[in-house]
Design a binder for this molecule. Sequence first.
Ligand SMILES: Cc1cc2nc3c(=O)[nH]c(=O)nc-3n(C[C@H](O)[C@H](O)[C@H](O)COP(=O)(O)OP(=O)(O)OC[C@H]3O[C@@H](n4cnc5c(N)ncnc54)[C@H](O)[C@@H]3O)c2cc1C
Length: 453
Amino acid sequence: MTTHECDVVVVGAGTAGCYAAASLAQDGLDVVVVERKDESEAGHIACGDALKGADAFPEAIPKSRIEGSFTNTGVDHGRFELPAHDTVLDIPVPGELAVIDRQGFGRRIIDGAESAGATFHYDTVVQDVLQEGDRVTGVRGIRKGDPVTYEADVTVDAAGALSILQDKADLDGATFDTNVSYSQFCSAYREIVEVPDPVEWDDALVFKPTQRAAGYLWYFPRTSTTINAGLGFQMTEEPMKLVHDLRADLERRPEFAGAEVQDKLGAALPTRRPYDSAVAPGFVAVGDAAGHVNPTTGGGIAGAAYAGTYAAETIVDARDDPTEAALWAYNERVMDHFGGRYAGLDVYNVLSTAVDVDDLMGLLASLPGEKLAEALYSGSTSMGLALKLKSAIKSFGYWGTILDFYRTKQLAEELIDRYDAYPSGPEGLSAWQAERDGVMDRVYETTGADPKY
Ligand SMILES: Cc1cc2nc3c(=O)[nH]c(=O)nc-3n(C[C@H](O)[C@H](O)[C@H](O)COP(=O)(O)OP(=O)(O)OC[C@H]3O[C@@H](n4cnc5c(N)ncnc54)[C@H](O)[C@@H]3O)c2cc1C
């Protein structure tokens, strides 16, 4: 058995882990990142490869380091294909958008964290946490076949969706959110496909509802001839045959005739609100391991980068005694930056489990694109009277859905307000949760959806 001692052990060399490690190392902490994959596979992650908000990424890893992996920066809108309604909707996406070579990006952020001074241990599978009472004191696992332990002041769980660390740790005495179940996740699969001729939509992220179950297909152009094609469905729904269903759609599209598959990967991603608290004594969860994904688009790279950075900055301040209260500032920064907004967007996910998908798509086809973009990215939207009337005429037939949507939108806004009042310490969490749950009860009542949490 080998034992390593360090200030911070980070589990997972994905986006959250690399940004956390880079920031911690820059502040002079001794940080080890443990990753189950080998060095050549690290950073190879199932993803749609769309990167939103790249212009405003945290500085822990300079943008100049990652830019080389941006293979398509000409993308500026979403293209929603709604075949059942014979409609294609072009919706602008605010902020900088790029489609990236995900493995290249993964490699570059590892290099960025390494240059900042972090140490990487590959081929190391974490199997358990070390704990003294309530406090997490490190992890244990297998490195290249040999048992290994890492003793650390703080353990950062950056191990992605459904992280094993949270199954193993006893977090009952902490505020750490354990109200997590598979039904709050999406199962997704993607292929990188090379097409013989350039596609016409190389300036768009293409989305399309799947035929069965509430899910969607996507086609994201890495270049005009290299396409990331994938699909996912919410795990509350009947399972889809992901590989089969993707293949069926590819075969229907003439632009994919003669295409060659270069790479295939699948994974789960959280499509839920962020964890109410992602800290416990000596323990912080970041990125997918704490639900930091936009639950309506599935975009999680930006949230992971920010969460990793915020966690690192908080750990630096709290390292002498990393109690829950000392680490709390991390929760506050996440909720303030994107947590409240993502919780608001999650309300629309709840609605989509209760509303007929066809109705929802019909509604989508009848509403103005820019208003949908606003709703999709900010969690709320407002519409002038003239536009409301115009949309109302167009959307005749979906008025029941519109009414549900309107009421749900009001509740989403109320929920975002609750997140603005997120408590400033662990002692305020349960009272805050009770008020927030009151809003959620009204969401379930209004939408008719089964409770998600
Ligand atoms: C199919 C799919 C498509 C997606 N498309 C997009 C998109 O287009 N845009 C976007 O922004 N987001 C997208 N996402 C989400 C995005 O990929 C994630 O939100 C993001 O990668 C989260 O980063 P992370 O660092 O938290 O976790 P991950 O990237 O999952 O990294 C976790 C790391 O931990 C390692 N690990 C796990 N368990 C252990 C263990 N026990 N021991 C040691 N190491 C371990 C893993 O090997 C991995 O390297 C998509 C996700 C999926 C599944």
